[in-house]
Design a protein around this ligand. Structure first.
Ligand code: NAP
Length: 249
């Protein structure tokens, strides 16, 4: 028996990075896993096979998290395919960095839509299903240390991630009495393709400032997601769990 046996989870943006590792850790703990991807089609298809080989039910869906109608269709399809949803992980995210002086409206809108509107879209589309669960349900939204303390060159990203924190806490207040928990995970500097695009000098600047003097791994974030998805966290809601090597926020 794994920590998540008998549960069905949806993880958005699982073709790479943190989302992929969350899907794998959930499957290792016995969850059935529905996950999404958008542009990385081959990686998404490969993950479906990798998860299925762990002996659970797994299915990948190509779905744009920023699109409201697509989120509704996804939630309906997952319920039809899996019979319900116990855990929702809103992980899909992008960066389009630039100083505000040079930031375009497109850079702002796309980051807000993919990172923040997506969280509204799928939470709203899943909420009635989550509330029906006799044993409760867990919503986990992936925010960022940048949403807590800001970052020069990332005003769009920081705003989207700060919005996720306010959303997660509000949903916790609205749904606590229905035993639906809502929490956020705030990773610090985690080695993935997203951070792989950063200038090595920027990376050194970040790691020098981290008390643990290293970047984190996607697996270290995924383990916290396992905790929040499982009954180990049955009295934890409305919280932001930092996974950042001790960075001051
Ligand atoms: P990543 O390696 O770039 O992966 C991003 C994932 O999001 C991919 O699977 C991508 O799928 C998916 N995605 C992007 N746009 C999408 C859309 N419109 N619809 C559906 N899926 C979409 O990024 P990561 O580093 O793992 O980041 C994952 C989450 O953690 C993000 O929310 C990010 O903001 C957050 N985070 C990361 C760090 C870090 O240091 N890495 C720190 C704090 C927070 P496709 O490739 O298939 O499009």
């Amino acid at each position: 028996m794994g920590l998540l046996s008998g549960k069905t989870a949806i993880v958005t943006g699982a073709s790479k990075g943190i989302g992929r590792q969350i899907a794998i850790r959930f499957a290792q703990e016995g969850a059935n896993v529905a996950f999404t991807y958008l542009s990385s089609v081959e990686k998404g298809q490969a993950l479906e096979q990798e998860l299925s080989a762990l002996g659970i039910k797994a299915k990948g869906y190509r779905s744009d998290a920023s699109d409201y109608k697509s989120a509704e269709d996804l939630a309906n399809q997952v319920v039809a395919d899996f019979g319900g949803i116990d855990v929702l992980v809103n992980n899909a995210g992008i960066t389009k960095d630039g100083l505000l002086l040079r930031m375009s409206e497109e850079q702002w809108d796309s980051v807000i839509n993919v990172n923040l509107k997506s969280v509204f879209n799928l939470t709203k589309a899943s909420i009635k299903t989550l509330m029906k669960n006799k044993n409760g349900a867990s919503i986990i939204n992936i925010t960022s240390v940048v949403g807590e303390r800001g970052n020069a060159g990332q005003s769009n990203y920081a705003a989207s991630k700060a919005g996720i924190i306010g959303f997660s806490k509000s949903v916790a207040l609205e749904l606590g009495s229905r035993n639906v928990r809502s929490n956020a995970i705030a990773p610090g500097f985690i080695e993935t393709e997203m951070t792989g695009e950063l200038d090595p000098n920027v990376v050194k600047g970040w790691t020098d400032g981290i008390p643990m003097k290293r970047a984190g791994s996607a697996d270290e974030v995924a383990n916290v997601a396992v905790f929040l998805a499982s009954d180990l966290s049955s009295y934890v809601t409305g919280q932001v769990l930092s996974v950042n090597g001790g960075m001051y926020t």
